[in-house]
Design a protein. Structure first.
Lengths: 339, 246
């Protein structure tokens, strides 16, 4: 009730704020130029590039002149008029050198050049994001040249989002050399902020070789967080064998239980049952019960319940059974009720 | 008793609903609730997405410009994260339907990286677009603050360009087209001033709503998740077959 009251109070207060904001003086009356610019943007959003170009004509000297030029170039680029787009962007740069569209204009120019089949030099780009776009393009033609550039970005002073995007380029295009980079980063020694992302990519893209590499990282690292990420990659890759190995013998109870849960999520009933230890390892047994529930293992849960003498564990099993939509479970629950 | 919808179940699982409120005790609702609770437990060990960039799926106030308190954003982010994970994990937790024949090479598959990152990108974009509908407006202020949305859009724009290039190269036309449609929207948000008047904000919001991009992103996200799910199931079967062969 407290939460609802808080919500209500906040909503009332906030609505009041908005009422005041709405009561603020209206924006200056719309001019024909404003309307045309707005309409052109709506056309751009609807991919009506010809219509947008028509509306943008004559707006280049208005208060939205730089925007008009940028969107004109954008529409031209989408219509594959790359030469015209580049000319418009040149005009934008010369007439509005301080425009807020400058960085986006550089990105659009790069894209227009690539679309026109021109070669662009990653090293000549004015910022990391454009450099990445250029490297990504180079990846398609010469990965051996592009990969060292990506490594340089990853090892340099670029921001974390830029490095994260660089890692995506490596993962998507890198082949076996790229996989080596991912493994190196996944190990977490030099790039702890990127290691989980690298683990994820290896699990998703690397196939058996990627998971082999992950197993080596798992064995080498002492970080349980990283190990937990690797378990999720095993789970996403459907690697029951490795999950089972962790569930059986990892030194960390938390990781063993994570592996059990992941086995449940990918539906390995038989192995889960084999891990059930009864009251001698209550936490593991509870994890197995949960794992069986997650994969609708009603038959196995009923079988465990019939054998289990520990009242607490039996109660856990029955609780999960009561939540499964299964005739086997219903029959067993009725049996209990009739006892 | 009426069946509980997903939002109510999530709110209940997270203790965000009225404590006196009862959740339907039918097997389906209880199972769904248990799955959400399991997912929340799972989430505690998962990397939590940045709250400012996650979807808000709570019932939203009708009035525009309402200031959402910070804690509500935090809970909304957490719920959104739960929904995303529930969506991903819930599929694993349900009985598995007969599997499709595995792809010829269910092994190394870098194209799956693109699907995964684009799915995540679409989640973030949805969050941004929904947050844009509810910008911060300080008491008595004549303007609304779009700085968070603006910086979020700037980051998304850089990723969007890169992913679009990747989709173009891998020949995934649907993804490439969707990302191409997103680009001008993200750019318009990124280029908007930090603070705008209510009228300017309405204009931006209307233009984006008119484009229907939020709906397109949601549909595409759902399709991508389904594709990923299928791809993972194929891999699971492939692994099982390899295991048997050994």
């Amino acid at each position: 009730m407290k939460t609802v009251s808080l919500l209500a109070l906040t909503a009332i207060a906030a609505t009041g704020c908005f009422a005041q904001a709405s009561a603020a003086p209206k924006a200056p009356a719309k001019t024909a130029t404003d309307s045309s610019y707005e309409a052109a943007l709506s056309d751009i959003n609807a991919a009506k590039f010809d219509a947008a170009l028509a509306k943008l004509q004559g707006l280049q000297d208005s208060k939205d002149g730089d925007g008009a030029l940028y969107w004109e170039a954008y529409a031209q680029s989408k219509l594959r008029q790359n030469t015209e787009a580049l000319a418009t962007l040149n005009r934008l740069q010369s007439e509005y050198p301080e425009s807020k569209f400058r960085a986006d204009a550089e990105a659009l120019a790069l894209q227009s050049k690539l679309d026109a089949g021109q070669k662009v030099q990653p090293g000549m780009q004015p910022n990391d994001d454009l450099k990445l776009l250029a490297i990504n393009s180079l990846m398609g033609t010469d990965a051996t040249q592009a990969l060292p550039m990506l490594e340089k970005v990853l090892n340099g002073n670029a921001s974390e989002p830029v490095k994260s995007r660089a890692l995506f380029v490596v993962a998507q295009n890198g082949g076996s050399a790229g996989q080596d980079i991912l493994v190196h980063i996944a190990s977490g020694s030099e790039h702890p902020e990127l290691s989980q992302q690298a683990v994820r990519y290896l699990g998703m893209s690397g196939g058996a070789s990627g998971r082999d590499a992950l197993a080596k990282v798992y064995a080498a690292t002492s970080s349980n967080d990283l190990k937990a990420s690797i378990l999720r990659s095993y789970m996403l890759g459907g690697d029951k064998t490795r999950l089972l190995a962790v569930a059986k013998s990892d030194a960390s109870p938390e990781l063993r239980q994570s592996a059990i849960r992941d086995l449940g999520l990918i539906g390995d009933d038989t192995d889960l049952v084999s891990l059930y230890a009864g009251p001698s390892d209550r936490a593991t047994s509870e994890a197995v019960i949960r794992g069986l529930f997650l994969h609708n293992g009603a038959e196995q849960l009923v079988a465990l319940a019939r054998k289990e003498q520990d009242p607490e564990l039996k109660r856990s099993i029955v609780r999960e059974l009561s939540l499964t939509h299964s005739k086997v479970a219903e029959a067993y629950l009725m049996e209990l009720l009739n006892q | 008793m009426k069946h509980a919808d997903e939002k109510a179940l999530i709110a209940h699982a997270m203790g965000l609903d009225d404590g006196d409120e009862r959740i339907c005790d039918c097997a389906d609702c209880q199972r769904e609730l248990a799955q959400i609770q399991a997912t929340l437990a799972t989430l505690s060990s998962w990397e939590v997405p940045e709250i400012s960039q996650r979807p808000i799926l709570l019932p939203e106030p009708k009035a525009r410009g309402v200031r959402r308190p910070l804690w509500a954003g935090v809970w909304a982010g957490a719920i959104a994260a739960a929904l995303i994970a529930a969506f991903a994990l819930g599929r694993f937790s349900r009985p598995v339907a007969p599997l499709a024949k595995p792809a010829a090479t269910a092994n190394a598959d870098p194209s799956r990286v693109l699907l995964v990152v684009v799915a995540d990108h679409l989640d973030r974009t949805q969050a941004l677009l929904v947050e844009l509908e509810h910008p911060l407006a300080a008491p008595g202020a004549r303007t609304v603050d779009l700085s968070l949305q603006q910086s979020g859009a700037r980051e998304l724009l850089a990723s969007n360009r890169l992913y679009q290039q990747g989709a173009d190269r891998s020949g995934d036309r649907k993804i490439a087209q969707l990302l191409a449609g997103l680009e001008p929207i993200l750019l318009q948000i990124a280029q908007s001033p930090d603070r705008v008047t209510a009228a300017e904000w309405t204009k931006l919001e209307d233009r984006i709503a008119e484009s229907g991009i939020l709906f397109q992103v949601r549909v595409a996200d759902e399709n991508l998740q389904a594709t990923l799910r299928k791809s993972l199931l194929n891999q699971e079967q492939h692994n099982q077959e390899q295991h048997k062969a050994l």
